[in-house]
Structures are given as structure tokens and as C-alpha cells.
Write a protein that binds this ligand. Structure first.
Ligand code: UN1
Length: 495
């Protein structure tokens, strides 16, 4: 028996109205049930949204530093529970334990950061063009915010959305991926234990296609934040058209690493292996393309193939494991299908290429770290997000060609360059068309104190996380206040 995971609204853990349940299982061993979960329907969403609406006014009027104190408490509780939560992330999602702990650490970082924002949340004060008049802007919450989150960062991504929403004074309904419901519930439990008032945070479990969509278009929801696949994001976008509510979407990536002929190849290799096969390639920032200068192409490819073949597949709780499973059968089938597509398109399978079922991997969804070489930019495997442990290697003849190849896909989340030449890295920094650019580091591992957001098809242009232009912009709206204390009619632009 796994965890008993229920919905949470109005401060109470509650079974779904239907009384029905579903299970989450361990991707490293699908016989192991991690949680039995309430299967919600529309009436559960109605109840959660109503609870959030009831709580809104009071929460919005609670001074932001006081809201921050509750978030500080939640951050401290998450810190105390980090080890257990990290293990839960590994069991339910599959990533190796150091990454499970990192997932939780990212949630903790976000909680502390946003808690501190409770004492900033600044607007502007500027001079008026008229005497005896002042002008300022303030931030106000939207109201009830719907948060729809994926399974690949099952505590970090809900935290990216929950903490800024809450510090801005919104109340929320979270609909986490039905693949990782226990992780989301543990995060909400930390908030509840920190003393967040009833109704401020609400949680419903169920499939995105039904429960998530119904929540997003619910008439009493004021803003929607989504992270997930492009297909789901685009569908939500079309459903929301005409509803005039702010919609933030973080979607796919097809991130490239450029390896120039003057790079430290050992360092570049580590970065490519980490970016391509960390989290089994299931990050939207994963390195799925490596564009290598022709002068070192063959040497680097050989290093990469050897490196990929050396990685040890296994359950994420096993300390020897380098690469865990992919999250479920559907993802496994999808990734294996892309590998077949790559072969059919004429790319060369240089490493991996299949499911792995040896020893402790027999009952899990394991895919060998896979390297394709001889990939051309027009191939599907070169353009579409695979979201698994598959990396495509390309050849370029110079920096400019490499940058053009990196920019040639519809996505623009993250990119990286390995080079020792300061001019090359400066050009790449300027010319790569993506929301994140890494110099002599892999495409993954963004920190929470700067915005995180994709360009082009990777996102709606509302970055997550901290810093100028980050999440606080989305989770609050600006009100401008002009106060005239002259006691007479003054006409801007005219007097
Ligand atoms: C994601 O890939 O969905 O930058 C999020 C990173 C992590 C977050 C990734 N901090 O790789």
C-alpha cells in the first residue's frame, strides 16, 4: 500500500466526489504502487475554486510581509523534510536521488526567495508633470489562479508557481500531473503545516485532459499558469482564447550545445552527458542536440559514445545509478518510437537505441542512453522534442553555421557553447535565440533568482522564477494611482 493522497480544499484533505481512485507507480518498478489517489471530476474542481474564491479577499488584504512569514515557515518545513521528499520524488518520478533532492532544493530555494519578496513587491514612484500631484504604481493580485504542472519536476515546478502566486496575494488551485500526485500533495502539506489559511491553497488530482482543462476555463478562475507539452499548451491556449485571462505557458525545448574546436573537450563531454542524460533527458532544458565543429567532430563523437555506453542504468535510489528510468510506459513508447523514426530517417545509431531490461531494470521503463550521429537539420529527430535519453550529433564548419543550426528549430528555451575563445562565446551569447544561454556549462541547471522562460514555441513569454521580468510580473497586475492634492482641476498634457 502506498500513500493515501486526496484532494485538498478549504483546509481539508477530502476524497473526490466520485469516490474513485487511481494509482501512481514507481517507474523503476511498475509493480510498486507509490500512492492511491482521489480521482477528481468537475464537481471537485468547482469546490476547490469556490474555496479559493472565498479565501481570496482576506488573503489579498493580509500584508505581504505576513504572507512572506508563512512562506518562510513553509521553506523551513520543506528543508526539514528534504530527505524524505527527495526519496519520494525518486520513487514516484524516477530521477536519481541526488536529482530528487535537487528538485526539492529548488522548491526550497523558491520558497525562501519569494518569502523575501513579501518585503519588496515594489512598484514605481515617479514625478508628475503637474504640481501638487503624485504618481505611483502598485502590484495587485489577480484573484484565483489555476496552476497546471508536469511530472518532470514534481515539487520544483509546482513551487515555481505556488510561491510567487501566494506572495502576490492570489489564492490557488493546483492540478499537478496525475503521474506524480504524491509529490505535489507533500508540497501542499508543507504549506498547510506552515499555517497557510484554509482555501488559500487548494489541490485537485486527475487527468489533465479533463480536470486540468475544466479548471483552466472555469468561469471563476482569473489567471492560468501551465507547464507541459506543446500540444497541451497550445490546446489550452485555444480553449482560453476569448476568456481574457492571463495565461502563462512553459512548453518544449530542443536545446543545443555547440562544441567548438577550441573547447576543453573533457569539460564539454561532461556537460553533454549531464545535459542529455540527466533526468533521463526529461527536462525541457535537456540537451537534445550537440553541434560539433568538424575539426573535432569524430574525436568528440567517439568520446560521447564511450561516455554514453559507460553510464549505469538503474533504479534512482541505488547510489550506483547514473541514469534512471523514463517516467511511464507511454513516455517509453514515445521515445522508442522517436528512435525508430531517427533510424528510418537515415541517422546513424552510434550508442544505445533500445529498452533496457537487465537485472534490477527488468520491471521498469529503462531506455539506453542513445546517441544519433549524422543527423541533418531537416529530420524530425532534429526538430521535435523527444523528452528522453536521446541526443543528436550534428557537424558544423564554423561558429556562424553552428549558431544558425542551433537557431533553426521552432523552440528557443536553452542553449550552450563550449569554447575557450572569448570572442566566440561573446558572439554566441549575443546571437543564440533562446531564453537561457550557458557559456562553458550545459543547457540545464537554471537558478531560481533569474527569470526562466522560453522564446518562440517554448513559451508564452511570461517567464517563471525570480529577477526582473520574472514570475512576479505574471502573478500580479499593475495598478497606477495618480493623486492630485492641488484642490483644482489640472489637465495633463494641456496645462
Ligand atoms: C524543466 O526542464 O522542466 O534549469 C525545468 C533546469 C532546472 C529546471 C528545469 N532548474 O534544468
Amino acid at each position: 500500500m502506498g500513500y493515501d493522497v486526496r484532494n485538498y480544499y478549504a483546509g481539508t484533505w477530502t476524497d473526490a466526489r466520485s469516490g474513485m481512485r487511481f494509482e501512481s507507480t514507481n517507474p523503476a518498478n511498475y509493480h510498486e504502487v507509490v500512492a492511491s489517489v482521489s480521482l477528481s471530476g468537475r464537481e471537485d474542481v468547482d469546490l476547490a475554486v469556490a474555496a479559493a474564491r472565498d479565501a481570496f479577499q482576506r488573503w489579498a488584504l493580509t500584508p505581504a510581509p505576513k504572507r512572506g512569514e508563512l512562506l518562510f515557515r513553509a521553506a523551513a518545513i520543506l528543508t526539514e523534510r528534504k530527505e524524505g521528499l527527495g526519496r519520494l520524488v525518486t520513487r514516484e518520478m524516477g530521477k536519481v536521488l541526488p536529482e530528487g533532492l535537487g528538485d526539492v532544493q529548488e522548491a526550497i530555494d523558491m520558497a525562501f526567495y519569494m518569502a523575501g519578496e513579501g518585503r519588496r513587491l515594489s512598484g514605481e514612484t515617479v514625478p508628475s508633470e503637474l504640481p501638487d500631484k503624485d504618481c505611483k504604481s502598485v502590484r495587485e493580485p489577480h484573484g484565483v489562479v489555476a496552476l497546471v504542472t508536469p511530472w518532470n519536476f514534481p515539487t520544483a515546478i509546482p513551487a515555481w508557481k505556488l510561491f510567487p502566486s501566494l506572495i502576490c496575494g492570489n489564492t490557488v488551485v493546483l492540478k499537478p500531473s496525475s503521474t506524480t500526485p504524491a509529490c505535489a500533495a507533500a508540497l501542499v502539506e508543507a504549506l498547510a503545516d506552515a499555517g497557510i489559511p484554509p482555501g488559500v491553497v487548494n489541490l485537485v488530482h486527475g487527468p489533465g485532459g479533463d480536470v486540468g482543462e475544466y479548471l483552466a476555463i472555469h468561469p471563476d478562475v482569473d489567471a492560468v499558469s501551465f507547464t507541459g507539452s506543446c500540444a497541451a499548451g497550445e490546446r489550452l491556449h485555444s480553449l482560453l482564447a476569448g476568456l481574457h485571462r492571463p495565461f502563462a505557458a512553459e512548453m518544449g525545448g530542443k536545446n543545443a550545445i555547440l562544441v567548438m574546436d577550441d573547447a576543453d573537450l573533457t569539460l564539454a563531454l561532461e556537460g553533454v552527458l549531464w545535459g542529455a542524460f540527466g533526468t533521463s533527458g526529461q527536462r525541457c532544458t535537456a540537451a537534445s542536440r550537440v553541434i560539433v565543429h568538424e575539426r573535432i567532430h569524430d574525436r568528440f563523437l567517439e568520446m560521447l559514445v564511450n561516455g554514453a555506453n559507460r553510464l549505469r542504468l538503474g533504479p534512482g535510489l541505488n547510489p550506483e545509478t547514473d541514469v534512471g528510468p523514463v517516467v511511464n510506459r507511454q513516455q517509453m513508447d514515445r521515445v522508442l518510437e522517436y528512435i525508430r523514426i531517427g533510424v528510418a530517417e537515415g541517422a546513424t545509431l552510434a550508442a544505445g537505441g533500445g529498452r533496457y531490461e537487465q537485472g534490477p531494470c527488468a520491471d521498469g521503463y529503462f531506455i539506453q542512453p542513445t546517441v544519433f550521429s549524422g543527423v541533418h537539420t531537416a529530420m524530425r529527430i532534429a526538430r521535435e522534442e523527444i523528452f528522453g535519453p536521446v541526443v543528436c550529433v550534428f557537424r558544423c564548419s564554423c561558429l556562424e553555421e553552428g549558431i544558425n543550426m542551433a537557431n533553426s528549430v521552432p523552440f528557443g528555451l536553452s542553449s550552450a557553447i563550449y569554447s575557450r575563445d572569448v570572442n566566440s562565446t561573446a558572439r554566441a551569447e549575443r546571437d543564440l535565440k533562446s531564453g537561457l544561454v550557458y557559456i562553458n556549462a550545459s543547457t540545464i541547471g537554471a537558478e531560481i533568482q533569474l527569470p526562466f522562460g522560453g522564446w518562440k514555441s517554448s513559451g508564452s513569454g511570461h517567464p517563471e522564477a525570480g529577477g526582473k521580468g520574472g514570475a512576479l510580473e505574471f502573478y500580479s497586475r499593475t495598478k497606477v494611482i495618480y493623486r492630485d492634492f492641488s484642490g483644482r482641476l489640472q489637465k495633463a498634457q494641456i496645462d
